[in-house]
Design a protein around this ligand. Sequence first.
Ligand code: ADP
Ligand code: MG
Length: 349
Amino acid sequence: MFRNYIKMAACGTAAAILLTGCGKESSSSGSGSESSSNRDIFAMDTFMTLKAYGDNADEALDDAVERVYSLEETLSVTAENSDIWRIDHASGKATEVSDDTITILKKAEEISEETSGALNICLYPVLSAWGFTTGEYRIPSDEELDGLLKNTDSSRISVSGNTVTLPEDYQIDLGALAKGYTSDTIVEVMREHGVDSAIVSLGGNVQALGKKPDGSLWKVAVRDPFAPDTDMCVVEVGEKAVITSGNYERFFTGEDGKNYWHIMDGKDGHPADNGVVSVTIIGDSGLESDALSTALFVKGYPEACDVWRNDPDFDMILVTDDKKIYYTEGLEGSFQNISSMPAEVISLA
Ligand code: ADP
Ligand code: MG
């Protein structure tokens, strides 16, 4: 049966999602019946569910799945010979890369500028020091972090045509944007196949093409960062991306009993802890929404509101560490709070 909303499943907790499954089903709606097909795959370290409606759904989904695996190979930071691996191991020399990588790098630069460096794709050595790249978690000393932070000035990434040059001892990773770019790509593949109704969830990052086959909006649930197995709110959207960055998605508990998560503040090399525990961006582009979700998590509250006011072409839902929800005024009417936390509107004025 067609579920009436897509759960924002965090990586590793999507128990209901079948691995490498595939299926077809029919469901009736007000305006007749429309068959749907789905694919459940694991790629980019993430459980992904792709669902499409209509006659061309199966071939579109097969193509989309192939594109996801190919993007995984291109964008992986660890797979030898991926674009990113080759950039990171070029010892200061220029590296020729794909159009996909260039598009993401340019968006990273744009959002980094818009957020005064909160998004910084050069923080990979810092993430490694904390063990997020291997799972061997540790708390690095401030001296170690200060040393690593010397090689994280993102203005030193040079892009010319399809070549990228990085100073020696620099390493980049596109983890903050890759899944958003991937959901954009899936939607594009669907469109090319003439599909006009589809929805994908990449580890909780949701993106929709068109509306539901019966013409109604999609209902997307957002997780409660304080109880990630529960939903906190539901938003009704049309053709939008709904992308969340949260402190509960990947973290470890240190010997000091504190939690340390995978989104870093480039100011001190520590997990960003600026008053927010989750940021959801609702926007037209998956790539931009993903970049913003990470960047505004680093910015925190209320700074994220200033970034939005400067360029309010997206909506957002913030959850602060004192258990309050804030959502932008564009969501009034489509935002439904199903938690016990109070929710307040962020206005432009
Ligand atoms: P998720 O991958 O859990 O959906 P995000 O989109 O927020 O979450 O991306 C987090 C990833 O981005 C981290 O795992 C890391 O690879 C990278 N990252 C961490 N901090 C930053 C930062 N300040 N700027 C850019 N990338 C970051
Ligand atoms: Mg992101």
